[in-house]
Ligand binder design. Structure first.
Ligand code: ZN
Length: 175
């Protein structure tokens, strides 16, 4: 049985580091880390989680969009490990929408992101994938990629007026 891992919170220096590329994908420890990340994201109602958030400074994150109490309108997909991910092309449109972060509890912010990105990553089986992502899943990818470069969504907001507490955000979306 895999336990959920402790999530590093804002202020922890690991969240501000540049993460290291993953070299050996078949490594048992890496495969176990992927399983633990998937479990940790699900337990915390996250739709994504990056390895630095569990204090493992590697270029790896999980995208696991599904509707849950924190993101009721999220599309459903299988949790996917994305290793050594990068953006290879950007669409023209930038859209602002709500984000939260397991490392920044009780805050939501309106964050500008590219609506469409073409991405490349290695799967946990070692296959290189190239995909075009749009809307919410593209947003998760960009948010998680930031974590690998020492950034959090607070660094991307245009104004502190775009920050809400979880409680005020709930009032807004429940209306
Ligand atoms: Zn985050």
């Amino acid at each position: 049985m895999i336990d959920s891992l402790e999530i590093a919170q804002l202020g922890n220096p690991i969240l501000r580091q540049q993460a290291e590329p993953v070299k050996k994908i078949t490594d048992k420890k890496l495969q176990e880390l992927i399983d633990s990340l998937i479990k940790t994201a699900a337990a915390a109602n996250g739709v994504g989680i990056a390895a630095p958030q569990v204090s493992q400074s590697y270029r790896l994150f999980i995208v696991a969009s599904r509707p849950n109490s924190r993101y009721p309108n999220a599309p459903s997909m299988e949790p996917t490990a994305m290793i050594n991910p990068k953006i290879v092309a950007y669409g023209n449109e930038i859209v602002k929408d709500w984000e939260g972060c397991l490392s920044v509890p009780d805050l939501r912010g309106l964050v500008p992101r590219y609506q469409t990105v073409e991405v490349e990553y290695t799967t946990r089986d070692g296959q290189i994938q190239r995909q075009i992502l749009t809307d919410f899943v593209a947003r998760i990818f960009q948010h998680e990629l930031d974590h690998l470069n020492g950034l959090v969504f607070l660094d991307r907001i245009e104004s502190t007026q775009d920050l809400y507490t979880e409680q005020e955000y709930r009032k807004l979306i429940d209306n």
